[in-house]
Design a protein around this ligand. Sequence first.
Ligand SMILES: [Zn+2]
Length: 613
Amino acid sequence: MSADRPNIIARAASLAWRPPDTRPPWKWAEEHYEVPVSNIPGKWRSENSPWVRKLMEEFADNSVRQITVMCSAQSSKTETGMILANWIVAEDPSPAMWIAASDEEGLKFANERLMPAFHMCQPVKRQIPDSRTLAKSMEIYFPTMLFEIVGSNSKAKLQSRSRRYLLCDEVRNWPKWALPMAKMRVRTWWNSRILILSTPGDEKDVLHNEWLAGSQEHWHVPCLNPAGCDYRGPLEWENVRAEHPQTRKCVKFRDVPGVVDEDGRWDFDALAPHIRYVCPRCGYMQRDEPQARWRIMSEGVWVSHNPKAPKELKSYTWNALLPFWVKWRDLVQKYVMAQVDLDHGNHDPMKTFVTESLGRPWEDRLRFAVSEGYIDDRVSDFTAPFNEVRRFLSIDVQGKGGRHFYWSVHAFAPGGAQRVLAWGKAWSVEELRSLAATYAVPAQNIVIDSGHWASEVYGYVMESGVLPDGNYAWKAMKGDKAPFYRLGELRLPYTWTFVDPFLGTNQANRVRPIRQLLFSKSSMLDRAEACMRGIGPSLELPNDGDMLHEYKMQLTAYERMERIKANGVVEVEWTQKRPDDHWGSCFRQALVAAMATGLMDVVNEPQQNAIKS
Ligand SMILES: [Zn+2]
């Protein structure tokens, strides 16, 4: 290494006499930067991605400490970081570190993208050391500075010497501890700069929190109505809709005639000519045309949604509607396909669409679920073989408009495969008993909700007779807020309790106590949803069921939301989106009964779930 020293010093000295280039990095790049791999090859031109100009200017501003970019994939994100890496070497040399998600990705990035870019940029190329020991793929000893590329999974390297510039790529794939650790490296520099470039991960993860702390800039675009409209607002996916060819009204994609066939298959070529970007103020519907996409991109401006943020913290977000080369129809197609998967219980494509196309963190997985189409897949003609071993009558008790009951009959096979045989409404206990006889459900397999009219329900239980084991035949059941119940090492979704039906009266302690099944409502909502979405034991609903539509609506009355709290704990919340859930309640009770009688595997409930319902 010592042999190279005089050379380095001589070159450093000659470079130091050059007058500084005071142009912003994007102007500098238009002269010096060539795009090595791109859909628009040749000299880089900022007019093809004008949205990166402002953050590039801030990158050269010593009063800015950190710029956090959370954006869609393939929209000039990494290219922007590479341009700034070249600019650092050429114009403001100081120790710099590019941090990739892993060492392997860092090596690949260095060999395939960054080194070719360094070699194509003349002011940088003439500084690349000839010696192979000084110009390795992961660290380059330029005469004036060290540029190194490391993986976020490499603790030792993140803890190494101080750096003025940190360029952080795809932070969403980093270990949680890596960004705070890397940020320590710049503390000794008064003029340090951190650039974070990433597609989003989950809501409130490390990346999202960094972004929230900054200026939160969104690209605001003008309305293109030629009749004139002074609206300017964020470029948002929610404004992408369709125009009905006959009524000229703004409609959902699926409401364009001829777009979806009877089997639910989509014709995107038929849909494409009707896709529009709709102005939220005047309702003007802009067609998906290159000139329009170009104007949206080039006439937009950045607007901070967090103007009170500290001046040194900047943050930007953009989505795939911004680069003019992305056709809206391609995004619509991705969205619709993801929606179809979501309706069948697969969330992954929608998560990919939200994070990688919309540039938004993933928050609640069911936000985009507009239909309960998934439950239609459970409707059956009951012709497949079914090895029934037990059936239950499950009863939900109601008071509004006079005492009445919602009921359903559930047949189970070993392992928990289930057929719902019938459901309905009854107006008296006698009617319930005769239903039990009709469907051949023995009295010990009748479960009834004791959550509201407890003493009345306990009365029915006592009237149901006593079994050889000394317990009453009917089982009282009550949903509860607990996430689970402990039984030794196990965390169960239900537990048995004993209640004295006459507690607090002079009859207390006189009669046989009632065995009551207490169950975690949120756990059972989880399990019920899994069954309805076809995950776990099979579920079949009769295709000729009475009020089948209403039954399905009640079964899917609850919506599940998942949030990741700041401390990393997953919080699950069930919210009731439709008022009637009575048959849903019967369904959950039947699942508890199947579980408590050994028909279904009971796996440990998750420990961490903080649950509200
Ligand atoms: Zn308008």
